[in-house]
Structures are given as C-alpha cells and as structure tokens.
Design a binder for this molecule. Structure first.
Ligand code: HH2
Length: 260
C-alpha cells in the first residue's frame, strides 16, 4: 500500500503532494515501483494534529482520486474516518476504506462501507491524534490491541460488512511508545491470531528515527527493515511512503525463505 498524503501537514511529507497533479504523479510513480494499492488521505493524523472538515478533505482527495482513476489501474484506498468522504471517494472509484478510527469516528461509516461492499481496514488508536502520545500506558499492549481489534472486527460484521472484507491494523505510533510499537511488531503473531488479514504501517515513523539514533535521517531503509520483520511475522499488507525500498527488502527476504 503506497501512501499519498494530500495534506499540508503530514509528519513526513506534508505539503509535498497538495497539488492534485503532483499527487497523481506521485501515485503513478508508486504504482510503477510496485504498489498494489494507493492510499489517498486528506487529513493528517500526526501526533498533536487537529482534524479538518469534510469539505476540506473532499477538496483535497477527490481530484486526486479522479486523476489516479484515469492514470492507473492500481486500486485506490481512501484514508478517512468520515463517512461522507468515504462515500464520495467510493463514488469516484476508491475500492478500499482505511479508517484509523476503526469505524468509531463517524456513526455512518459502517453503513457506508457495508452498502458499498468494499474492504475496510480497522486500525487501533488510543485516544485521538491530538492526545494520543500523552503518556500512553498499557498493562499488556499486545493483548489489549488484539482484544480491541477482535471487538471492532465483530462490530463491523454486525453492521453488515462481510467478514472477508475486513482487515485489522495494530496502529503503530497511534497512542504508543517506541517500546509498545516494537512489542506489537515482535508479537505480531498475536494480532494475526485475531483472524482478519493484518495491515502494518511503520513507514518513516518516529520510533525508527530513535532506533537509528538520528531523528533527522531519512527512514526508508529503517522502514524496509521493519516491514521485513512485519511480513515475516504474518503481515498481509504494509503501508509505505517508499515503495521501492520496501519491495526490494521484501523480495530478498522472500528469496531467502524460498531457498531449498
Ligand atoms: N498511519 C498513518 C496514517 N494512516 N493507516 C493505517 N491503516 N495504518 C497506519 O499505521 C497509518 C494509517 C500515519 O502516517 P502518514 O499518513 O504518513 O502521516 P499523517 O497522518 O501525518 O498524514
């Protein structure tokens, strides 16, 4: 899953793809690098961020979705927690909903997804982007995230979303310390055991900067290494800004696994 942030303030690429033509060109480039899904988002969820209105989000994402629909056959995901944005994005050709609130952000979202029959990613987040990094604590982060995702998957099914259309995501960096993130990656088997396919988003996140000891370094290599660990532990899809680097790392890992 390649990331296209059509925002002025995303934590790693804010403002780079705010112009629709540049965002579409980015999507085409990510598709050429091997992205199997293009995740278009019009609202930053970086720690401390405030939300934007549906109108602002729609103005940002709809021209990009339209442009991508014309420019590539790669399926498009809409990264939103607003039902209206999901609805309009689906009408323009989006085929996947990525909801970081796991259908809790908008009471209409589950119905929109069920009605459209598109797959949805349900992500774990503690609190809201504004507050989530204020001293997050868990007794057992892996068990608590797994229980949350199991509950949200059940709720999604109860709202009429087909079981086969649900995936889950532990929400790396969403209300978690660096140690929480690493525990979730090391014990990803417990998230896989919840049942639905698992999506993991480590891309360029701050805990990687802390591990490599340079908060300002580009994090594409660190991201690729973390994604190899995630896929080895059962991740079904990884969400990345730097598609080529992660594809190359995963190709090497797969070749090693396939060796006699
Ligand atoms: N992370 C971000 C946004 N959406 N969706 C899923 N399913 N999983 C994630 O880990 C995830 C996500 C945050 O990254 P980014 O889009 O680069 O930043 P911002 O929210 O600042 O736009």
């Amino acid at each position: 899953m390649g990331v296209i942030n059509v925002t002025p303030d995303s934590f790693s690429d804010g403002g780079e793809y705010l112009h629709p033509e540049i965002a579409v060109a980015r999507g085409v480039a990510l598709a050429a690098e091997g992205a199997g899904l293009l995740d278009v988002g019009g609202e930053s969820t970086r720690p401390g961020s405030d939300g934007v209105t549906a109108e602002v989000e729609l103005d940002r994402v709809l021209p990009v979705i339209r442009g991508l629909r014309e420019a590539t056959d790669v399926p498009i995901s809409i990264d939103t927690s607003k039902a209206l944005v999901a609805e309009r994005a689906i009408a323009e050709g989006a085929a996947f909903v990525n909801d970081v609130t796991a259908l809790r952000g908008d009471p209409r979202m589950a119905g929109v997804v069920a009605e459209a029959g598109v797959p949805v990613c349900l992500m774990h987040m503690r609190g809201t982007p504004r507050t989530m990094q204020d001293d997050p604590r868990y007794d057992d982060v892996v068990a608590e995230v797994a229980a949350f995702l199991a509950e949200r998957a059940q709720a999604a099914e109860a709202s009429g979303i087909a079981r086969g259309a649900i995936c889950v995501d532990p929400g790396i960096g969403f209300g978690k310390t660096g140690e929480h993130n690493l525990s979730l990656l090391r014990r990803l088997d417990a998230i896989v055991a919840v049942g639905p396919p698992v999506v993991v988003g480590v891309s360029r996140k701050r805990f990687l900067g802390a591990i490599i000891g340079d908060p300002d370094a580009p994090r594409a290599v660190a991201t690729a290494a973390a994604n190899v660990e995630a896929v080895r532990r059962g991740a079904w899809m990884v969400r990345v800004h730097d598609v080529r680097e992660t594809r190359e790392a995963l190709a090497v890992a797969a070749a090693v696994e396939a060796a006699p």
